[in-house]
Write a protein that binds this ligand. Sequence first.
Ligand code: ZN
Length: 89
Amino acid sequence: MKSKYQMSVPLVCKSCQSEDIYLSEDKRFARCNQCQKEYPGGYDELVRANKLRIDAEMKKMQAKVVKDAEKKVDDMLKKAFGGGKNFRF
Ligand SMILES: [Zn+2]
């Protein structure tokens, strides 16, 4: 099952910010197709180079999860206490 909160942050070249990056099949080597910058550390190096952007996306997603959770509780309370014929104070 796919998570509703699945996140995808496009990895960009740290030199030219292009998303057009070649990644080898085993992810151990990457190269920017725009400026030809090479990433001998492959995928891991790209992730490190994009860490700030990934962190920012994580924060955004966490805020969304919290907001959704609040809304859910709100709906539940409304259902429990609002307009029910069998529930009175
Ligand atoms: Zn580049």
